[in-house]
Design a protein around this ligand. Structure first.
Ligand code: PEP
Ligand code: MN
Length: 294
């Protein structure tokens, strides 16, 4: 790592690769373990599912489908941070119970958002990974409470947050005794409003160089249009991401949230097949690196 980055990110030393690590080719990496799943390990991990948990049929059919096509983790919001107060806000506890049922039926691990510190114990009872949403990235009391739950944390980059801000929030979680942080690039707001957000793929490459934490790409929120999701997923793999989080819905046109950017089942299947050679290349590169190290 450049000395200038080391200086710039000095306040977040717990989430940075150390100067010593920089001088070796060793793939210094935090591996977050969830049951038999390793995030940040050699396997590329796909998290997939609807934006919101809507009905039992919706979440169960999606869980079975994405598992059959390579996903290891089921996503789905029970507590939804919506831009409009009049939009669906999530089913809360009932949604968490549906996620637990999906886990019981499929063996998939569950990642779901927690929006406020009071809900942390409840969400942690059901989730395998707590998602901190973009809008909450700098809610430090929430970060502390989530960290203390002991559950792995998927920390989404705030839509107006710099890479430095993201690392500071990660540092807060680690400082509160929880080393299991997964960073997520989900697009940021820029002058260009053509798409929902601007996918900051350079941030993925940068984070992989300077931080030992796993990095996940969210191609769905990054662009807001399902047609572009597979291309962005491919770019995420190429940039060095450790996995993906992607929205999938049995009937996106009827989705209660984020239907525009959700893949239907056939599109998800096609995307996973398309990604295979790219994921294999990534695996070969990691293998080579480990071989060099001996
Ligand atoms: C989501 O994952 O559905 C979500 C609300 O994401 P973000 O916090 O990145 O907007
Ligand atoms: Mn969403």
């Amino acid at each position: 790592m450049r000395a200038s980055w080391q200086e710039r990110f000095a306040e977040t030393s717990d989430v940075l690769k150390s100067a010593k690590h920089q001088q070796t080719v060793v793939r210094v990496q935090t591996v977050v373990r969830v049951s038999d799943i390793e995030i940040g390990g050699s396997e590329f991990i796909t998290m997939a599912g609807p934006c919101s948990v809507e009905t039992e049929h919706q979440i169960l059919s999606t869980a079975h489908f994405v598992r059959e096509h390579g996903a290891r983790i089921l996503r789905g919001g029970a507590f939804k941070p919506r831009s409009s107060p009049y939009s669906f806000q999530g089913h809360g506890l009932a949604g968490l119970k549906m996620l637990a049922q999906a886990r019981a039926e499929t063996g998939l691990a569950i990642v779901t958002e927690v929006m406020c510190e009071d809900d942390v114990p409840l969400v942690a009872e059901y989730a395998d990974i707590l998602q901190i949403g973009s809008r909450s990235m700098e809610n430090f009391t929430l970060l502390e409470a989530a960290a203390k739950s002991g559950k792995p944390i998927l920390l989404k980059r705030g839509m107006m947050a710099t890479v430095e801000d993201l690392l500071k929030s990660a540092q807060v979680i680690v400082e509160n005794g929880n080393p299991n942080v997964i960073l997520c690039e989900r697009g940021i707001r820029t002058f260009d409003t053509t798409l929902r957000n601007t996918f900051d793929v350079a941030a993925i490459a940068l984070l992989k160089q300077i931080s030992h934490l796993p990095v996940i790409a969210d191609p769905s929120h990054a662009c807001g249009h399902r047609e572009l999701v597979p291309a962005l997923a491919r770019i995420g793999v190429a940039a060095g991401a450790d996995g993906l989080i992607v929205e999938v819905h049995p009937n996106p046109e009827k989705a209660w949230s984020d239907g525009e950017q959700s893949l239907n089942f056939a599109e998800f299947e096609e995307m996973m097949a398309m990604l295979e050679p790219h994921i294999a290349l990534r695996g070969a590169a990691i293998g080579k690196l480990l071989e060099t190290v001996g």
